[in-house]
Design a protein around this ligand. Sequence first.
Ligand SMILES: Nc1nc2c(ncn2[C@@H]2O[C@H](COP(=O)(O)OP(=O)(O)O)[C@@H](O)[C@H]2O)c(=O)[nH]1
Ligand SMILES: [Mg+2]
Length: 309
Amino acid sequence: MIRSTMSSLRRGVQRSAAAIGGGLRSLLHGRNLDLALIEQLESTLVASDVGVVVARELVEAVREQFRAGTATTGRDAVSIVKQRLKQRLSGDDLKIARAASGPTVILVVGVNGSGKTTSVAKIAHVLQNENRSVLLAAADTFRAGAVAQLATWAQRLGVDIVKGSEGADPAAVAFDAANAALARGADTLVVDTAGRLHTQDGLMRELGKIRSVLGKRIPGAPHETLLVLDATTGQSALAQARVFQDAAQITGVFLAKLDGTARGGSVLAIREAFGVPVKLVGLGETPEDVQSFDPDSFVDALFDGWEEQ
Ligand SMILES: Nc1nc2c(ncn2[C@@H]2O[C@H](COP(=O)(O)OP(=O)(O)O)[C@@H](O)[C@H]2O)c(=O)[nH]1
Ligand SMILES: [Mg+2]
């Protein structure tokens, strides 16, 4: 089963929750709204992980309702903010794409060490839980040990894997894997890639080649390009990710290592920076440590500090 316990999610957003929920509690608890207090609410949200643009928009909604007389208390303000956040985060299609016919291809990209290979295993686990047959492609032929690492997970999960030898052309591995997916009638092909090459240009060119090889064999492929971000690296992850957004046309984010940080609020910043949803979160080092991103429980966890009164 996918771990969907609130407690692991809560741990992942603990520090953000302290900043957001806790901050709002000391500011708003038991108070009636006025314009000065709403201004302070704006500063508190701007200082949190929510980000400036989102904070302004949320507070504008509170201000409007205050003026209209439909929001009068701190509690009203919090429920408006929570509701707006949930709406913002759930507007996207949070499900993993599925091709109308033939194999669905999921390309997994990201910088070295972000958690790609582990996340590929997690994606396979999620798909298996949905009764989808999975084939893996080990197209990180750059780093010694990357193929073996994925092969170990494949064996444990009981899924097939197409491998290239170290130093092999990753696009050739992708080509073989696409053929194998077609021949075996696999429901989904998940492609692991390298996060580092000799140059950044080289990496981006290679991803382009992989994309085009996949698309030639399987119509519409890749149907999903997931960028794996390391939740512990904060702003630098955002900067690195920008490069991938330009070159790899990402359709969603896999936020790895959320268990190792308490900055879960960065989900909001990512959504703003890239315009793509966080679809899955990683909460540990095994294939089972994964969760589909659920806006409702996420926002509830983020405002934990507010609820505990
Ligand atoms: N705690 C934790 N560790 C993770 C998670 N995802 C990956 N890792 C670890 O991060 C390290 C790098 O992961 P790997 O999948 O090899 O990254 P890659 O280089 O992008 O393929 C490994 O030690 C993984 O066990 C996660 O969600 N939580
Ligand atoms: Mg890897």
